[in-house]
Write a protein that binds this ligand. Structure first.
Ligand code: ADP
Ligand code: MG
Length: 243
């Protein structure tokens, strides 16, 4: 089957520091890929490059059949086909929860307000926040804010969800509700690339695990292999921190 998202030979430097040293990653439709690796290994940079939030220095990125790394592509049009959620709660603080969820549909996809709001209310119900539509984000817990961010990310039916350590900034008791939602989306067939430190979650939910170390993929495969029986010493050393 052809990949939904496929990147080959991605190189990225900041100044003279090479952060991604030729990374290949691919997602089939409905596949969940967990990106693991130490802080500073390049996970966020890779997700930002794939989401066209950061230019790459070399390599190619295909979204479906389209080479989205071609400098002539309209980045806004491509970004509208992706959904991204980050570690920090980056909701628009001046907008209500409902407006946060409808904004991209209305502005980028030109969906009429009533239609966008009907869909947004369905999504808020879906993430368990139907009663928060009129609230501003600062009234919500971190877990609730991340659930709104996920509702916002899926409101435009993205082809791929890019999730960057979306539970890392949460109080421990709020992590579960967000992971549960990701688990549901995965079981409903979303295509997801997620950077995470939640190894138990990666083991349960991911189809494929990619271990990134210093900008290079050291090891990848099904969770039963990479997480349970890592072949590489660097993978073993990394995983040892979680036990
Ligand atoms: P991870 O998400 O795995 O923790 P990052 O992708 O955030 O790793 O960072 C990888 C490396 O790139 C780090 O050394 C970080 O300091 C560096 N880096 C990330 N973004 C920038 C930036 N905008 N400018 C300079 N250096 C950056
Ligand atoms: Mg990161």
């Amino acid at each position: 089957m052809s990949a939904v998202l496929r990147a080959t030979g991605i190189h990225k430097s900041f100044g003279d520091r090479e952060v991604l040293k030729g990374v290949d990653v691919s997602l089939a439709a409905h596949e969940v890929v967990a990106l693991i690796g130490a802080s500073g290994s390049g996970k966020s940079t890779l997700l930002r490059c794939l989401g066209l939030l950061e230019p790459i220095d070399d390599g190619q990125i295909f979204l479906g059949d389209e080479d989205i790394s071609d400098p002539r592509v309209d980045g806004n049009r491509v970004r509208a086909r992706l959904g991204a959620v980050f570690q920090s709660f980056n909701l628009f603080p001046h907008l209500s929860v409902l407006d946060n969820v409808t904004l991209a549909s209305r502005v980028v996809h030109r969906v009429p307000r009533r239609e966008a709001e009907t869909r947004a209310r369905e999504l808020l119900a879906r993430v368990g926040l139907a009663d928060k539509a009129k609230d501003h984000p600062d009234r919500l817990s971190g877990g609730q804010q991340q659930r709104v961010a996920i509702a916002r990310a899926i409101a435009t039916d993205p082809e791929v969800l890019l999730l960057d350590e979306i539970t890392s900034a949460l109080d421990p008791e709020l992590v579960g509700e967000v992971l549960e939602l990701v688990r549901d989306l995965a079981s409903e067939g979303a295509t997801i690339l997620m950077a995470t430190h939640e190894m138990a979650f990666a083991r349960d939910v991911a189809d494929h695990v990619v271990f990134l170390d210093a900008g290079t993929i050291v090891e990848q495969g099904p969770p039963s292999e990479v997480l349970r029986h890592p072949r590489e010493e660097r993978t073993r050393a990394f995983l040892a921190r979680f036990t």
